[in-house]
Design a protein around this ligand. Structure first.
Ligand code: PGA
Length: 241
């Protein structure tokens, strides 16, 4: 049985005070949520420590949004894996399209980050996906195959989550058809050496489309941006029908 993982990606949103306010609204909504479902909150670095203290003993896992490949060093502005594990972080998003697009992330650096995360016992959530231009040019399958080939060199697939995030669907309200997401995720799975890697869909996931997304045979969860910022909306998503 593949694990189901639903993760909120808060991006550059929420101060510590706003994070606590979220938890007050969100935590009570998890009482009926099946134990088998992994719920993850990927918060900004500045809120992680405080959230960790407040999640202690709860079923929600804490995630970060990036990690450097060295344990320490002269890398201004970066965060190392031991800094995350020390405060109870368990997951880390790696290779999000916003990092690839705006911060020069390449498949080579993604690969290094994945391996460093795993070396420290973190479970990376690797993001892959095509731009609108690549989709329109019929390059989706080849692009994703290439991302996986380069990103996964030497990576332990037994401690990994993959998120299929079509770039054109992120933050646009323009969700990928559930059946199309299912098709691409099936292709991703066919390229893995360990087929039970949980593969999420991400890109404009909302309370109104989560049920259809989760009904697809290949989709094992969701990576949720905008709709994870509000407790009621994220609660509806993790309590999908
Ligand atoms: P979105 O973002 O849900 O706001 O589209 C998803 C993501 O970037 O992970």
């Amino acid at each position: 049985m593949r694990k189901i993982v639903i993760a909120g990606n808060w991006k550059m949103f929420k101060t510590q005070a706003e994070s606590l306010e979220f938890l007050q609204g969100f935590m009570p909504t998890l009482e009926q949520t099946p134990e088998a479902l992994e719920v993850v909150l990927c918060a900004p670095f500045t809120a992680l420590s405080l959230i960790s203290k407040n999640l202690h003993g709860s079923r929600v896992q804490l995630g970060a949004q990036n990690v450097h490949w060295e344990d320490q060093g002269a890398y201004t502005g970066e965060i190392a894996a031991p800094m995350l594990t020390e405060i109870g972080v368990r997951y880390v998003i790696v290779g999000h399209s916003e990092r690839r697009q705006f911060f020069g992330e390449t498949d080579e650096t993604v690969n290094k980050r994945l391996k460093a995360a795993q070396d420290h016992g973190l479970t990376p959530i690797l993001c892959v996906g095509e731009t609108k231009q690549q989709r329109d040019a019929g390059e989706t399958e080849a692009l994703i195959a290439m991302q996986l080939e380069k990103d996964l060199v030497g990576v332990d697939q037994q401690n990994l989550v993959i998120a299929y995030e079509p770039v054109w669907a992120i933050g646009t309200g323009d969700t990928c058809e559930a059946s199309e997401a299912n098709r691409v995720i099936g292709l991703i799975r066919s390229q893995l050496s360990y087929p039970d890697v949980p593969i999420q869909y991400g890109g404009s996931v909302k309370p109104s489309n989560i049920d259809e997304i989760m009904a697809q045979s290949e989709i094992d969860g969701a990576l949720v941006g905008g709709a994870s910022l509000e407790p009621g909306s994220f609660a509806r998503i993790v309590n999908y029908q």
